[in-house]
Each structure stands twice: as structure tokens, then as C-alpha cells.
Design a protein around this ligand. Structure first.
Ligand code: ATP
Ligand code: MG
Length: 648
């Protein structure tokens, strides 16, 4: 960004108070902010006591060697014991931990007592395969219970997992296995996606011709597909794990024991191997899940639709919810298999009360039409969450109206792989929500917006989002590359964590996320956020989704180019394009009018659903398209190019 701070274009005046009943019985009330402000470390020490420690920590934060933090460093605990065994010991063994829904319609119910047995057997199996404390295990699985069981089994024995998206190519898997130096890979023959079995093991077989160090491959049988078999290396889960003893004594590990390595989505560049550890991470994932979703473990049914290969799956499927003893739904497949109402059918079937999904999914549901969710009984829902990208105000309103019956609070949660847990979000029983704003740092979190000189911007202005104090679930480093950790996050503004996102503070001091700093456009000397222009476009009734980029322009420095997906009923003609340009001009001001609008059928997205604007910038500037390896569907770029005239 240049010295000109981000223009503050979007005006959004709608406000929604928390439902009275929810506010009256909320897990967390406004006094949490006050207590955390008075003594932040005491607040986090109090939250750490939600966990069961083998050795209680006496020290909260060690920040003597910044930016390398240690939290609860003299405490010892077992993460898997906290997520499973202690709930059984507390008499909740019969409570359902996981309602698994397979894409073909098969289902499985796993209670906490059963989960304890499964995790114990898997931990015994890992030990039998020679995995010990401090090793790394790569996990390449579909969204099946064995994914969660594998992660917890690793945690139980103190081995760090590195989960890799089931959709990634052999090369992407190979580089992640090599970077983490994994000793074991856990995979499956395949999983179900879009109505058919999709193979996984061949990618592992190919990856392992390219990297050394992996001694054994543990294979879950999910689809029954034919698989190649390497004797002495490969072993079936049902032959090894299912025959183990369900008794396993969980040893305590240091609070700073590595829990996992996870690579960022690669939206802006080469993925980074983010390292998370145990005690601080579990404290903050458990606390935020309790506070932001107001989870009542006896009565709620929680569903996070993320993939386990994304940080949201780690923190808000495996660790946070299970640490809190939640009952949750895990769904294997895609939202349109076998029909576009599949999500709503699942909500109806399990009476889901808390739903956590991504803006990309919400905009897709908007495109499919209001009539689809209207066919199902969604009255069990009481809280809706959003994560992954800025949520456009119109998508937020659609979510509340059509999924939340016009009454459920929406929690727009800002965080990153690096932060490990939610950082900025409304609290459903406290916050008067604003469509499109993540609003306030959670209790115990210090975040603000600064200008180029690291000075806090006044209310009503934009700049860079920074975190000004360490937090328990923060990344500890980039795996094997401390210097990259320092350079990427702690060098831009002295003593502050640079998140890489643009943001503004409104007149109330609430925070609005404006997209990646790398994506901010500079038009005639003004910094304009892609998010605001996209939100203006999505606010037009003909538009379902849009992605905006700045392309080099001789007169204005950069010119705004918008890629637009229309809603089902709209006709793509010149009149519509003119109308859309004028609509943006009217909503945000003439400076934000796109120079070009390109109507397309698809947008390039990462497997976690984020739009990769850098690829669209390549197209807009007529360059060869850059690295597409983390795209969910690599054919999308060809499709977009084929749809566009070569010059215009
Ligand atoms: P890479 O760093 O490799 O480009 P990535 O940033 O896409 O990958 P993640 O850690 O999964 O990988 O994504 C975090 C980013 O997602 C945030 O920095 C932010 O840009 C965006 N994000 C997440 N939640 C929200 C939200 N509620 N509002 C706005 N943006 C969000
Ligand atoms: Mg990032």
C-alpha cells in the first residue's frame, strides 16, 4: 500500500441486536472484555483452567525472546485426553461426539466412549508402526471419522501431524511430506466426492517415489477401490488398528510440545508450514469455541462444514469442539450431491443448532436460489458462523434471512492458520452485529489498524490489521525456518504481528476486513479495497459472486477489473454491464467504478474456498497465469480464459 491509507467507501447502517433469550443465558457476557482488559494474562490463565492439566502451569507467557513465545511453559497435559477421555471420566461417555454423514448417504454415530476406544487403538497402532513422541505423521484422508481419530492419536503420543488436503496433487503432497520430514503417512483408498469414489492412495504412491523418509503407510478402506500395494510398507487400518487394545495410557506432554504443522492455503504465494503447539493452542480454541458459538454441550448440535485439511477443520472440528465435549456433524462430501439442498437436509436430519461455514459457500447457495433452503426445516439453528474471507453485507443478510429465519446472530470470525484460533468476532449474546464486519477483538486479544508508519489510525480510517500482543494459540514459527517467521510477520511493524490484511475502523471503532494487502488497488492515488468493490457488486440483484483486481493502467496507475458470476435468472448483455458499473459508482463513488467487467461462469478458488485474485490479475494484465497448484480445480483458469475475448 502507498502512503494514502485505504479509502473508506462502503456505508453500512444496518444493525442487529442479540436475541434477548440468547443474551440472557449466554456463556460469555460483556464483562469478559473488561476482565481481559484489566489483566490479559490473568484472563488467559483462567481460560487455561478449562483444560485438565497433569501439571498445572504456574507461568502464563514467556516473551523473553520475542517473537518466539512460550505459553503455560511449565505445564504438562495430554491434548487427546482433554478432547476425549476426560468427558468419559466425567460421565458423558454416552454423549454423541460425531454424527458422521457420508456422501453416499451412509452414516455412523460415535459416542465419546467409542471415540476413546478408537483413539486409543489408533495410538497403539502408531506405536506399533514405530512412531514416537516428536515424530511427524502426514495425514491425507477424506472427511471421515478416521481423520479426527488419526489427529487425536498423534496428539496422544506426542507426534505432530501434518494434514494435507485430500484434493492436493502428488507433487503438493510430496513437498509437504518432505518439508515436515514425515515418518508415516495415513491415507485411504479414496473418498466420495460429487457422487463417485475419488482415489487418494495413488497420489501417495506417486509422492513416495519422490521423497524419502516415510517408512510405513496406513490405509483406511473407505470406497473399496482397487489400490496398488507395497508389501512391507503399506498396512490396512482395519487389519492393524481394529485389532489393537482399546486401552492406552495417555502420557502428559509439555505445553509447548508441537501439536501440528499446517501449510497455509497459498492464496497469495508459496504455502508456509505453520507450527502450532499444545497448551496455548487448546486453551484458545476451546475458549473461543465456547464463547463465540455459545456452545451448550448438553443440547447443541454443532456443524462446521470445513475440510479437515484447512485450519478451520483443525481448530473447529477436531480440537475446540471436542475439548468442549460438543456433539458435532461431520459431512464427507460436496454441498450439491446428490442435490443442491444437501446441507439443509443434514441440518434438518440432525437438528443442527450451530452452523459454521464460509462466504464462498453462502454465495453459492444464493446463486442456487432461495427456494432450496426453504424446502427444509431449519428451525433448530440458533447461531450462524462465517470464516475464510470477508463476508459481503448482502451475503450476510441472505444468510440471516434464508438460513437463520431472520433472527439468528451471525458471527463473522476473522483469524488465520497462523493465529490458530479466532481473533476478531462478535459475541452472539453481546454484540449488536453489523453485516460485513468482524467487529471487535475477542476478550484477551489485542488487534488494531495502523498506517504505514505503524501509527494507529483514527476511527473512520483504513490501513493494515496488526496484532499488538502475543496470544496463546499463536504460531510458534514457520517449520524449519525461523527467519521466514520473523521476516513475514514481525518485520513490517516493529513489535507488532502483521497479518497481511487491510482493514478499516468505523466510527464506533469496529473493524471491517478489506482483503489482502497484496490485493489492494491503487487508482488515481487512492487505495481501494477489492472487498468493498466486490461487496457493491454482490449488492446488485443480478450478481451472485465477484472478484475484483487492479490491472496496470497508463492513466490511472491501476484500473479496476471485475470478474462477475451472475445469479441464475440474469441475462449477460451490455446493458447489464453498464448497469453494474453505475451501481458501483452509486454505492461507493465514481472512483470505484470498474473500468472493465467480465462475466464468467467460475472463479479460481483455493481448496479452502478463497478467491485467488493474483491469477485473475495475470489474466487482466495479459500475462501467463502463475502457480495454480493449490487451486481446487485447475481447469477453471482455462475455462475463464476461453470465455473472455482475447482483447478488449
Ligand atoms: P496464504 O497465507 O498462503 O496466502 P491464506 O492466507 O489463504 O494462505 P488461511 O490462513 O487459511 O490461508 O487464511 C487466512 C486469511 O483468510 C486471512 O488472512 C484473511 O485474509 C482471510 N479471512 C479469514 N477469515 C476472514 C474473515 N472473517 N473476514 C475477512 N477475511 C478473513
Ligand atoms: Mg495468509
Amino acid at each position: 500500500m502507498s502512503n494514502e491509507s485505504l479509502a473508506n467507501l462502503l456505508k453500512e447502517e444496518r444493525r442487529f441486536a442479540p436475541p434477548a433469550e440468547l443474551a440472557a443465558s449466554a456463556n460469555v457476557t460483556a464483562d469478559a472484555y473488561t476482565r481481559a482488559l484489566e489483566d490479559r494474562l490473568a484472563f488467559w490463565a483462567e481460560q487455561a483452567r478449562r483444560l485438565d492439566w497433569a501439571v498445572e502451569p504456574t507461568e502464563t507467557l514467556d516473551w523473553s525472546n520475542p517473537p518466539f513465545a512460550k505459553w503455560f511453559a511449565d505445564g504438562r497435559l495430554n491434548v487427546a485426553h482433554n478432547c476425549v477421555d476426560r468427558h468419559v471420566e466425567a460421565g458423558h461417555g454416552d454423549r454423541v461426539a460425531i454424527h458422521f454423514e457420508g456422501e453416499p448417504g451412509d452414516s455412523r454415530t460415535i459416542t465419546y466412549a467409542q471415540l476413546k476406544d478408537e483413539v486409543s487403538k489408533a495410538a497403539n497402532a502408531l506405536t506399533a508402526l514405530g512412531v514416537t513422541t516428536g515424530d511427524r505423521v502426514a495425514v491425507y484422508l477424506p472427511m471421515i471419522p478416521e481423520a479426527v481419530i488419526s489427529m487425536l492419536a498423534c496428539a496422544r503420543i506426542g507426534a505432530a501431524h501434518s494434514v494435507v488436503f485430500g484434493g492436493f496433487s502428488a507433487d503438493a503432497v510430496a513437498s509437504r511430506i518432505a518439508d515436515a520430514d514425515a515418518k508415516l503417512v495415513i491415507t485411504a483408498d479414496g473418498g466420495y466426492r460429487r457422487g463417485k469414489p475419488s482415489a487418494l492412495k495413488p497420489a501417495i504412491d506417486e509422492a513416495l517415489t519422490k521423497v524419502d523418509g516415510v517408512q510405513r503407510v496406513l490405509v483406511v478402506r473407505r470406497t473399496g477401490q482397487q489400490v496398488a500395494w507395497t508389501e512391507g510398507r503399506d498396512v490396512w487400518w482395519h487389519e492393524l488398528v481394529d485389532t489393537q487394545s482399546p486401552e492406552h495410557t495417555a502420557q502428559a506432554h509439555d505445553a509447548e510440545q508441537p501439536l501440528f504443522i499446517l501449510y497455509t492455503s497459498g492464496t497469495t504465494g508459496k504455502p508456509k508450514g505453520i507450527l502450532h503447539t499444545s497448551g496455548g493452542y487448546l486453551t484458545q480454541t476451546a475458549y473461543t469455541h465456547h464463547a463465540v458459538f455459545d456452545l451448550k454441550p448438553e443440547s447443541d448440535v454443532y456443524w462446521c462444514t470445513a475440510d479437515i485439511g484447512w485450519v478451520t477443520g483443525h481448530s473447529y472440528i477436531t480440537y475446540g469442539p471436542l475439548a468442549n465435549g460438543a456433539t458435532q456433524v461431520i459431512y464427507e462430501g460436496t454441498p450439491d450431491t446428490p442435490h443442491q439442498g444437501r446441507f439443509w437436509e443434514i441440518v434438518q436430519k440432525y437438528k443442527v443448532t450451530i452452523l459454521y461455514t464460509a462466504p464462498t459457500a453462502i454465495r453459492t447457495f444464493m446463486k442456487w436460489g432461495d427456494d432450496i433452503p426453504a424446502r427444509f426445516d431449519l428451525s433448530s439453528l440458533r447461531i450462524l458462523g462465517s470464516v475464510g474471507e470477508p463476508i459481503n453485507p448482502e451475503a450476510w443478510i441472505w444468510y440471516r434471512e434464508h438460513i437463520g429465519a431472520g433472527k439468528t446472530p451471525i458471527v463473522d470470525t476473522w483469524w488465520q492458520t497462523e493465529t490458530g484460533a479466532m481473533m476478531i468476532s462478535p459475541l452472539p449474546g453481546v454484540t449488536h452485529t453489523k453485516p460485513g464486519s468482524a467487529q471487535r477483538p475477542l476478550p484477551g486479544i489485542a488487534a488494531t489498524v495502523v498506517d504505514d508508519n505503524a501509527a494507529e489510525v483514527p476511527d473512520g480510517s483504513g490501513g493494515y490489521l496488526v496484532l499488538t500482543e502475543p496470544w496463546p494459540s499463536m504460531l510458534r514459527t514457520v517449520w524449519g525456518d525461523d527467519q521466514r517467521y520473523i521476516d513475514t510477520y514481525w518485520s513490517r511493524f516493529e513489535g507488532k504481528y502483521f497479518a497481511g490484511d487491510g482493514a478499516k475502523k468505523d466510527q464506533d471503532g469496529d473493524i471491517w476486513l478489506l482483503g489482502r494487502v497484496d490485493d489492494v488497488m491503487l487508482v488515481s492515488g487512492h487505495n481501494i479495497s477489492t472487498t468493498e468493490v466486490e461487496s457493491a457488486l454482490v449488492g446488485h440483484p443480478a450478481v451472485a459472486e465477484s472478484a475484483v483486481v487492479g490491472a496496470t493502467d497508463a492513466t490511472t496507475g491501476q484500473a479496476i477489473v471485475a470478474f462477475v458470476i451472475l445469479r441464475g435468472t440474469a441475462t449477460p448483455d451490455d446493458d447489464l454491464v453498464t448497469d453494474l458499473r453505475n451501481h458501483v459508482g452509486k454505492t461507493l463513488g465514481p472512483i470505484a467504478k470498474p473500468k472493465q467487467i467480465k462475466i464468467v461462469a467460475e472463479l479460481p478458488k483455493t481448496r479452502s474456498g478463497k478467491i485467488m485474485r493474483r491469477l485473475l490479475r495475470d489474466i487482466a494484465e495479459g500475462r501467463e497465469v502463475g502457480d495454480t497448484t493449490t487451486l481446487a480445480d485447475s481447469t477453471v483458469m482455462n475455462l475463464i480464459q476461453a470465455q473472455l475475448p482475447t482483447t478488449d
